[in-house]
Design a protein around this ligand. Sequence first.
Ligand code: NA7
Length: 489
Amino acid sequence: MGEEGRKLRYAIIGAGMAGILAAIKLKQRGEQFTVFEKATKIGGTWRENRYPGLTCDVPAHAYTYSFEPYPEWRSYYATGAEIQTYFEMVAEKYGIMPAIRFGCEVSGLVYDDSRATWTLTLASDEKVEADVVIVASGVLHHPRLPEIEGLDSFAGPAFHTARWDDSAPIEGANVGLIGCGSTGVQIVTAINKVVNKLVHFQRSPQWIMPVPQFDYTDEDRAGFRKDPALMDAIRYSDDYIGAIIRFTDAITDIDGPKMAEIEEICRQNLETSVRDPELREKLRPDYRAACKRLIYSWGYYEEVQHPAVHVETGRIARVEPQGVRMEDGTFHPLDTLVLATGFQADRFIRPATVSGQGGATLDEAWKVRPSAHYAMTIPGFPNFFMLNGPTGPVGNFSLIDIAERQWDYIDQLIEELRAGRARAVVPTAEAFADYEQRRIDAARKTIFASGCSSWYLDDEGVPASWPWSYDAFAEAMAKPVMSEFEFAS
Ligand code: NA7
């Protein structure tokens, strides 16, 4: 209970991985909450992305809630469809479905300082009050469409990968694929053998970290069911935890031996996997490995050498009704055009408008860059908590692990409200400014700032990421420093 007679009302925005987590944790505490989900199904990223080859690049047993291991994973890296099934199963099992309001987009949030209350406006204009807002609206959520002349004039289906068009011709068709981040790479490996021709438009090549993929057998799954410790052994193995510790050490010590090792593995992968020297040079990046988000793949280099795939490295001049015209005049006739061009990684809860203490808006607070104290709380926005908010370790390690640790931190702040010791909690401007300056200084020294373009970089070229180690993150999340917050009673 909050202060006497006042039971806290929680609004969770988004029913993806992080929103489901928050809902489960609050339900287990016997709290009263509503999840607002704009779509008609749970799942977030895994609901929206259904493109061929969609696979999570965190091992399945690590991309699983720690409290709900899943013996049924079919392979070491799980497909998107399986992950969606997992979240649907978990949401049912923990009984949170009745608390989710589907088709409810939150379009605005206004904080009333005198009552320490948020008023949410839904797209339907309905108003709902909450004492605590948990923002779990995702990071890579708003598709980024390329600005290419004539894109609208294409006669066939042209769509972003997060809006996959099942009716679009792929089998036996001439397909154009723009973009070679993780998404584009996964699509190449999934459709190269069924298309007539796949033109992969590559503006910048990517470094590829080779990883193993293998199926679990029925026997493996029976073993996992019988002995859940076997799943933990994978989750906490050196293959996974050891690798992310080495990775985060490397990206923060870019001239150290661990970074050199990553670069050498990627370089060797390119040298030994791509047989045609001309193609090999096309695929060779001119920036350091892990500067753009490193791509983990078990098949790309092999599959991109399939005769149906043509890697086009020229500049696109325009899209025409029947295909894509290059600046050198080359024309690629296409039936389908797939835009694997990534996401607007700086949007977060926006376009919803958020107005905090004194009417200050989130757009104003984020004028320079989206930022939050340890990626979760924002000065001027009390009782407003973000899971996987700006400048967290998204891309560095499992988002589920991140969200669970962030929840533990947030929950300790909310406990002050539940226990009735405060009505509102907000980070102080000084604590945040100090944290953010340290973060920016460290981020500028990470591999992400070593000279490439990527969705990590904000408008000033500062990586919007956690610039320290995995252990430092675990330690920071274990306990909030209470003196960094103002508690209003
Ligand atoms: P990414 O990683 O942002 O990749 C987008 C790709 O699209 C990248 O290759 C871009 O080239 C390319 N792109 C973007 N705009 C254009 C235009 N106008 N012309 C040509 N090429 C373009 O998005 P993903 O969806 O692959 O992955 C996002 C994350 O999801 C990933 O990091 C994982 O965390 C999961 P560029 O490199 O900018 O030259």
